[in-house]
Design a protein around this ligand. Structure first.
Ligand code: FES
Ligand SMILES: [Fe+2]
Length: 374
């Protein structure tokens, strides 16, 4: 077992408070992180037919993620090529064969090509491809649509899949769970009054587990000692001896996912895919968090509970299973919201301090500083 970062005896400070409240820092993060890296935009199955779309905020841009007539996922900047009106104002919906701008009715097909506009035939200079919607780089992975606004996107293998490899040791360990074949059992959206980095930092450490997660530490007794599973490459936290499943009361879950190994049974693995995705693996389901940073002090978190399709279709009671991590989410987000106002305190100008079991958060801060050039 190797350790992701070696604990050091020297004091490691956190980021200063301004990183969590300053609009200029947030603007820089939008440009250098959110618009530059791969962003997990939508669940593929939510785009369930041609024309189905979702609009998502990625940094400073609004993006339409949709499905083409041939059933392929597409992503476009949500900006009309005529005079810049926002094309779709709804969060989600189904476009019947086309996107039409509500301003002067320029109309684009589901591949983004300009197909109609009032008097278009009388305007030979308006090229229908040239003035089509601006496409955004796109990949499908784990049943989600990932997009990147960068002109020259970083390697998906290195930057996204590489995070999984760093955490689990290899990507096969993740593929055993068959995430792209799972079905949505429940989705809960949390509107959190905290900076996105407070949520990342909280997810990376378990020093708080004994204090705020009574149900989770019942199921995963080693979490009561404060050592986050993410600290060790390939390590998953083991269920307590009396625990039958990853449920709020430790009762049985929905059965074991067919592909997982003996080693993966009765264990919980957490993965942070920087900047905005958390993946939680347990033997019978997967909990997939996606964050949408809306402002320095506000982050929307969409959390999906994914199960084998039979478990969802049979109408089986998933409530005890969902309830465990829903409580964990509420407990975590409340803690983040408790920290947020204090980030502008004079006392926090130079930040706080990381205890040894949190030292790996220092690597996240170093990564952030490097991205921001600070
Ligand atoms: S701005 Fe969209 S048609 Fe004019
Ligand atoms: Fe937590």
């Amino acid at each position: 077992m190797s350790i992701i970062s070696t604990p050091q005896s020297s004091v490691i400070p956190t980021l200063g408070g301004a990183y969590y409240v300053d609009p200029a820092v947030f603007a820089s993060e939008q440009e250098r992180i959110l618009e530059a890296m791969w962003f997990c935009a939508a669940r593929s199955a939510d785009l369930d037919r041609p024309g189905a779309f979702r609009t998502v905020q990625v940094g400073r841009e609004s993006v339409i993620v949709s499905r083409s007539r041939r059933g392929e996922p597409r992503a476009f900047l949500n900006v009309c090529r005529h005079r810049g009106a926002r094309l779709c104002t709804e969060q989600s919906g189904v476009a019947e064969r086309r996107f039409q701008c509500p301003y002067h009715a320029w109309t684009y097909d589901l591949d983004g090509k300009l197909i109609a506009a009032p008097n278009l035939t009388g305007m030979p200079d308006i090229d229908r491809v040239e003035y089509g919607l601006r496409a955004v780089a796109l990949r499908e992975w784990l049943g989600y649509v990932w997009i990147c606004l960068a002109d020259d996107p970083p390697s998906f293998e290195d930057s996204v899949i590489g995070e999984v490899v760093d955490r689990l040791g290899d990507v096969d360990a993740l593929s055993h769970y068959g995430i792209d074949g799972l079905a949505l059992g429940r989705r809960i959206v949390y509107d959190v009054a905290a900076n996105w980095k407070l949520i990342v930092e909280n997810f990376m450490e378990c020093y708080h587990c004994a204090t705020i997660h009574p149900e989770l530490t019942e199921v995963l007794p080693e979490f009561a000692d404060g050592y986050a599973a993410q600290y060790f490459v390939g390590h998953g936290a083991e269920f307590g001896a009396e625990v039958a499943g990853f449920t709020v009361d430790g009762t049985e879950g929905v059965g074991r996912l067919p592909g997982i190994t003996e080693d993966q049974d009765r264990r919980y693995y957490a993965i942070t895919v920087k900047p905005l995705v958390f993946i939680n693996l347990v033997p019978d389901h997967v909990i997939f968090h996606r964050m949408y940073p809306m402002a320095a002090d506000r982050t929307v978190v969409e959390c999906d509970w994914l199960y084998p399709p039979e478990a969802v279709e049979s109408g089986r009671d998933l409530s005890r299973s969902v309830e465990l991590f829903h409580r964990v989410n509420q407990q975590d987000f409340e803690a983040c919201e408790r920290c947020q106002p204090a980030m502008s305190s004079r006392l926090y100008r130079d930040g706080g301090v990381l205890v040894p079991s949190e030292h790996h958060i220092g690597a996240f801060h170093a990564w952030l500083r490097e991205r921001l050039g600070t």
